[in-house]
Design a protein. Structure first.
Length: 437
């Protein structure tokens, strides 16, 4: 990297280099193939444990052993510039790969232009340790307050398959030897509500943060369902050289109504009963984080009622509210239990479809358009028909966040409106900016 020729610009350039050299965060600049052209001392110090020959000359080579997908993610990023990864947590284990007492780095990679990358690297080991300790403390407090007397404790191998369980598991889950041996713990989930990659996602979360906690329906051996809280934590298996996990399952059906009422007040839309914008954003953010770790089909539908103002103007706002509830009911009945449908606001809805590729999402969108167009709502004896326009988008490596995902579906939705409404359209880079038809 050569300095400019004029004295004034050269002085500014030298000042910038000095700032980068002394910056309290790790900074480096690299070419698109990962070759490092500039690195400050702190960044070199953070990367040194990752290289075996003490030579830090390529960003991707340095992270190959702990984050081998960085090279491909940068290669797949097609935008002219922008964030490729943001605050990605990368554990750097000390000694044995399965131990969790090593360093944790936060890595952000920016594409500056067609030929340059900038990486910002921080040591967040202490931050992660404190957050983990806080969550464990809260879990113990909850355990004491709730007075747990009966729970199922299952031992999992490194891939999440069941190795053993305690006597309480036989009572709570109705299992008998050896019915669940070598089965993935996802067998405890209802088949119609099991997210794709649930085993890998929860094990990865447990490895990264020290535990993974979730709540939802589980099934007993006889097929009956109960509302459960499940906690997964990494452990060293007593009779094996590999590491594994413990899975604690609690039946928290009692008191579920009170918890659900509180959850509904916080995360449900008061008019339609669907998830609200906040709940959708939380779920979508988690799905995008899982996608970044292990890409798999993930699509989005943005659904907007056609000519909704005419309904309000012609029949009144009460009829408009009834129409929104009607649309919510049809949308909810047309989706799977693991899909998330939410009202973003006004007459706009969104559906997140884990495990669904763009072709499947477009087919579903067309079926929803047809079902809604064929359904009739009656308000005060007046039949009201509604139609919707739906934009379809699917997750890709160059998408950075939920807002970007929504923007693509939004452009596709307006393309559907321009094409005549009551139809679906999928996003493509050639679509125009969103303007009302």
């Amino acid at each position: 990297m050569s300095a400019p020729d004029t004295p004034e610009v050269r002085e500014e350039y030298e000042a910038l280099l000095q700032f980068l050299y002394m910056a309290p965060i790790g900074l480096l600049q690299a070419r698109m193939d990962g070759e490092i052209v500039m690195i400050n001392p702190l960044c070199a110090q953070l990367l040194m444990p990752l290289v075996s020959d003490m030579a830090i000359d390529n960003l991707f080579d340095a992270f190959e052993s702990v984050a081998p997908d960085l090279r491909q993610r940068c290669r797949d990023f097609t935008a002219e510039y922008g964030k490729i990864v943001e605050a990605m947590q990368i554990p750097v284990y000390a000694g044995h790969r399965g131990r969790r007492d090593g360093q944790v780095l936060s890595v952000t990679i920016l594409k500056l232009d067609a030929g340059r990358l900038m990486a910002v690297i921080n040591d967040i080991t202490e931050v992660v340790r404190r957050e983990r300790q806080l969550r464990h403390t809260q879990a113990w407090i909850d355990t004491i307050v709730n007075g747990i007397s009966d729970y199922a404790l299952l031992e999992l191998d490194g891939s999440g398959c069941i190795r053993d369980w305690n006597a309480s598991a036989e009572r709570l889950l109705g299992i008998a030897e050896p019915s669940l041996i070598h089965q993935p713990f996802s067998c405890l989930y209802p088949p119609d509500a099991t997210p794709m990659g649930v085993v890998a996602d929860r094990l990865a979360e447990a490895q990264q943060s020290g535990w993974s906690l979730d709540e939802g329906w589980r099934v007993r051996a006889d097929g009956s369902r109960f509302w459960s809280s499940t906690l997964i934590t990494p452990i060293e298996l007593p009779d094996s050289d590999e590491n594994g996990f413990s899975l604690i399952v609690r039946d928290i059906s009692e008191g579920r109504e009170a918890r659900e009422a509180l959850r509904s007040a916080l995360f449900n839309d008061h008019l339609t009963g669907l998830a609200n914008r906040r709940a959708f954003h939380d779920v979508a953010t988690r799905e995008l984080r899982n996608w970044a770790r292990q890409p798999r089909p993930l699509s989005l539908l943005l659904i907007d009622a056609d000519h909704f103002k005419r309904i309000n103007d012609q029949y009144g706002h009460a009829a408009g509210d009834a129409a929104l509830r009607h649309l919510a009911a049809v949308l909810g009945s047309g989706l799977r239990a693991l899909d998330v449908v939410a009202r973003l606001g006004g007459e706009e809805f969104v559906a997140l479809l884990p495990g669904t590729d763009v072709d499947g999402a477009e087919s579903l969108a067309m079926r929803l358009c047809e079902r809604i167009a064929q359904s009739t709502l009656e308000v005060d004896g007046q039949p009201i028909r509604c139609t919707v326009s739906i934009g379809v988008a699917t997750m890709a490596a160059d998408l950075q966040d939920v807002d970007g995902f929504l923007q693509r579906a939004d452009r596709a939705m307006y393309a559907a409106k321009h094409a005549g409404r009551n139809r679906a359209a999928r996003w493509s880079p050639q679509l125009p900016a969103t303007t009302v038809a």
